[in-house]
Ligand binder design. Structure first.
Ligand SMILES: Cc1cc2nc3c(=O)[nH]c(=O)nc-3n(C[C@H](O)[C@H](O)[C@H](O)COP(=O)(O)O)c2cc1C
Length: 233
């Protein structure tokens, strides 16, 4: 069993809450993993060229091309993304959009696999975690856990954070605050968030360690997907 971890944050590992939480989940599964950061990678969104229809292989030659084998070979995914404008960031969106290549002609490459969705935001990581769960569902990948935390908005270090009226610090602390290390959010200072990342990793490991019946998971996800569409009409 092998797990693929993806951090969609464009920040350096030591500054990124997403990176830290994805790493924590991966470290607690008990299985081998690959961890890929999308920082600095060029991944465009799907261009609907339909070049993948015949063989389920995307023909766009950017950095996703080299990640395709890792996606195919993994039994489970830990995907994390930052909250940008109450959804997830464009790079992670593009990365997951391109999984369209696996969806043709009964393409079952991803069906029945397992996933953990990780989201971090200056206020909350719920939106990106929910979006990742939705993309997993479209590929019949079951989300076994979601992990969300609060990270440091760039406004804490941009140099104007104490006076700017549109930044997250003003939203969270009101008027007249001083930016000190104590008030800068960091997922490693949130014990309940770290615990939930550890528990998510353990749960993913347990599920992979059990007899993993991909067809049963696929059927469950198909049911959820149909229910989602029925409730939308
Ligand atoms: C373009 C942009 C938009 C953002 N929008 C939001 C937002 O709508 N809500 C929020 O809670 N945080 C928002 N943030 C803050 C990030 O989610 C926050 O910095 C988080 O820690 C990023 O995760 P990372 O540290 O792993 O990169 C935004 C940041 C950027 C750069």
């Amino acid at each position: 069993m092998k797990i693929l971890g993806i951090s969609g944050s464009p920040r350096k590992a030591d500054r990124s809450g997403v990176h830290k939480l994805v790493q924590t989940v991966l470290d607690n599964t008990g299985f081998d993993y690959d961890f890929v950061s999308l920082k600095g990678k060029t991944i465009a969104g799907c261009i609907a060229c339909l070049g993948c229809v015949k063989d389920n292989i995307c023909k766009v030659e950017d950095d996703l091309f080299n990640l395709r084998d890792k996606i195919v070979e993994a039994d489970a995914y830990v995907v994390g993304a930052p909250n940008y404008y109450s959804t997830f960031n464009a790079t992670t969106h593009a990365f997951l959009e391109r999984w369209f290549q696996f969806r043709h002609q009964e393409g079952d490459t991803l069906w029945g696999k397992l996933g953990v969705a990780v989201g971090v935001g200056g206020t909350s990581g719920q939106f990106p975690a929910d979006e990742i769960e939705k993309f997993f569902l479209y590929n019949f990948v079951e989300t076994v856990a979601k992990v969300t935390g609060q990270g440091a908005a760039s406004c804490y270090t941009c140099g104007h954070g104490e006076t700017c009226k549109v930044g997250i610090p003003h939203l969270l602390h009101g008027e007249g605050f001083k930016i000190t290390d104590d008030i800068i959010p960091d997922v490693t200072k949130q014990p309940e968030v770290i615990t939930s990342a550890v528990e998510a990793g353990k749960l993913l490991g347990q599920r992979l360690g059990q007899e993993h019946d991909r067809m049963a998971v696929t059927k469950k996800m198909q049911g959820r997907m149909m229910a989602m569409f029925e409730s939308a009409v």
